[in-house]
Design a protein around this ligand. Structure first.
Ligand code: ZN
Length: 321
């Protein structure tokens, strides 16, 4: 059994730029590219296996046809989506629904997400949460466009981590690059888009005020995040979130300086992305080069593996049964 290396799918966005090419060396399409869907089985843009016996297969098809790779996990769709986002300009102020609302109205999963800040310009900030105390106050601020009163702004720097449960008002503002781990969903309710006009269509993007009112958590509560750090020689493992506080995914940072042995939590599969540096992955006596921008999935059949070199990865596991 081999790890599955994946080729990303790239999405143009009104707020995107060219950093996925200049920083990650990806061969991206022309235009403003906002999102690299690095590990994706979502029908709006799937990643494709590039090595081994499944080369050329889309991740969503592997989920359907070879569930043993995923420890015979349940679920209609591959549950997670790993992205890298390049916010050259600010994203719309938005909210995502939970599973129940999304299933009923959109026919897909809800979206809880989280961000590891890969890079942020001096003075960069993001929108996280809101100041309304009641639904009435929220609806009135939304309908009257009182954005300065409503939105909470948070300063942000490289290395920060944010957990964004469904129902949280949020937006990445300009000058931020993140690795996002999220539920596999493409449902976004926009409440404010800075009155921007899309260069291609000449139109403003659609807003979703009613859906936002339905799904925003009131009042906003900051989730409690306790980052746990484990030392292993010169290497570090940071656990950002896990179940039960984070019911859909566990997310880790592997900071490797020499050599680190790793294994899954109880027979699961693991998603991993190299965000800086380079090194080697060894599993079952096979050796693979790793470099910044590589994404791979370690199937459930591989019980342990070793990564060596000088590199930083963000990894995740599904927390669903
Ligand atoms: Zn979002």
């Amino acid at each position: 059994m081999e790890p599955l290396f994946l080729k990303p799918y790239f999405q143009p966005k009104i707020w995107g730029g060219r950093k996925l090419e200049t920083i990650f060396d990806y061969d991206i399409p022309e235009g403003d590219i906002g999102e690299c869907w690095a590990i994706s089985g979502h029908q709006h843009g799937q990643s494709v296996v590039i090595n081994g016996e499944y080369a050329g297969t889309k991740l969503g098809d592997l989920w359907n046809e070879h569930r043993e790779l995923f420890g015979d996990a349940k679920g209609d769709v591959f549950p997670l989506l790993t992205k890298i986002l390049d916010a050259e300009d600010s994203l719309s102020v938005q909210v995502h629904p939970d599973n129940a609302y999304s299933k009923e109205h959109e026919g897909e999963l809800g979206k809880t997400e989280c961000w590891y800040i890969i890079d942020a310009e001096e003075g960069a900030e993001l929108i996280y949460g809101h100041n309304a105390k009641t639904h009435e106050e929220l609806n009135s601020m939304l309908e009257n466009g009182q954005w300065n009163d409503l939105l909470r702004k948070v300063p942000v720097k490289k290395g920060d981590f944010f957990y964004v449960p469904s129902g949280t008002v949020h937006a990445l503002n300009k000058g931020i690059m993140v690795l996002e781990t999220q539920q596999s969903s493409d449902t976004t309710y926009r409440m404010y888009d800075y009155d921007r006009v899309d260069k291609k269509t000449g139109e403003k993007r659609e807003l979703h005020i009613k859906q936002s009112e339905d799904t925003i958590t009131v009042p906003h509560v900051d989730p409690k995040i306790n980052i746990e750090t484990k030392k292993n020689g010169k290497n570090l493992i940071n656990t950002f979130v896990h179940s039960p506080q984070s019911p859909f995914f566990a997310v880790y940072e592997w900071l490797i300086k020499d050599e680190l042995n790793l294994q899954h939590k109880d027979g699961k599969y693991t998603l991993a992305s190299v965000i800086t540096g380079s090194g080697k992955l060894v599993t079952d006596g096979n050796e693979y080069e790793l470099k910044k921008g590589d994404h791979f999935l370690i199937p459930a059949q591989i019980s342990n593996w070793t990564i060596s070199g000088d590199l930083q990865l963000i990894s995740s596991e599904s927390e669903e049964k």
